[in-house]
Design a protein around this ligand. Structure first.
Ligand SMILES: Nc1nc2c(ncn2[C@@H]2O[C@H](COP(=O)(O)OP(=O)(O)OP(=O)(O)O)[C@@H](O)[C@H]2O)c(=O)[nH]1
Ligand SMILES: [Mg+2]
Length: 222
């Protein structure tokens, strides 16, 4: 009997992505900008949160944004209105961003004039976690209405991020949300995780988050 040729496409795709992510890391060091990847499920509050961060930090940092979406320029237009350089990536169906897409998007940004590039990843708690984008700070938002059990259901996402930002805390009285259970389950997967509680609507917790982010950006070694 003849052998079966076996090609693990997923492995190939992830290995190729890793090389490209290294290229993105090198570019970010050369051009001296901090790359922040924000992931979450659809509607968790990424755009609202990013807009508030920009509002609070745009006087001290030069910020650019990469918007990843399957379709539309809705979020990119909101970023444009804030006066930041913006790139819209339309995947046309793919439910995650990869390092090749980020490399392409970075070519369209004035990198010599930027300190911080924010990536709003596609709303999805599964696929984006598999793709290293070369970001200094992979992070995720989890909104209170989604529930406190998500670390149990989507463990990879909680394992690969450095920061977990729990948002929509203003809505906590409407939902059974056990912060302690979330922290325990998340830290069991990732004991180095930094966890924040914010409301982008009321501004609660936003200032201390931005102070922490500013520290991360200032401490990056180039
Ligand atoms: N109460 C409350 N609502 C919020 C907060 N942040 C966002 N929202 C609302 O949540 C909804 C979704 O917010 P977006 O910022 O568009 O969420 P998103 O994650 O960018 O959504 P996609 O890009 O479609 O994945 C909007 O109606 C926001 O007004 C918050 O902190 N508190
Ligand atoms: Mg959005």
């Amino acid at each position: 009997m003849k052998d079966i040729a076996y090609i693990d496409l997923k492995q190939c795709i992830l290995e190729d992505n890793e090389h490209l992510a290294d290229e993105v890391r090198t570019l970010a060091r050369e051009k001296k900008f901090f790359l922040w990847n924000i992931m979450s499920s659809p509607g968790a509050g990424k755009t609202t949160f990013i807009l508030d961060v920009i509002r609070r930090m745009k006087d001290t940092l030069r910020i650019g944004v990469i918007e990843g979406d399957i379709e539309s320029m809705v979020d990119a237009r909101k970023m444009q209105q804030m006066g930041v350089s913006t790139v819209q990536l339309r995947t046309g169906g793919d439910c995650h961003l990869d390092a090749a897409m980020i490399r392409k998007a970075l070519q369209a940004l004035p990198l010599d004039e930027l300190d911080l590039v924010i990536i709003e990843n596609i709303g999805n708690l599964v696929c984006p976690a598999e793709f290293d984008l070369g970001a200094d700070l992979p992070s995720m938002l989890l909104s209170v209405p989604e529930g406190d059990d998500k670390a149990l259901k989507y463990p990879l996402m909680f394992s690969v991020v450095k920061a977990l930002i729990v948002t929509k805390t203003d809505a906590v009285s409407l939902f059974d949300f056990d912060f302690e259970a979330l922290h325990d389950n998340a830290r069991r997967l990732n004991d180095k995780l930094d966890i924040f509680h914010v409301s982008a609507k009321t501004g609660d917790g936003m200032e201390s988050f931005c102070t922490w982010l500013q520290g991360k950006i200032e401490n990056k070694k180039y």
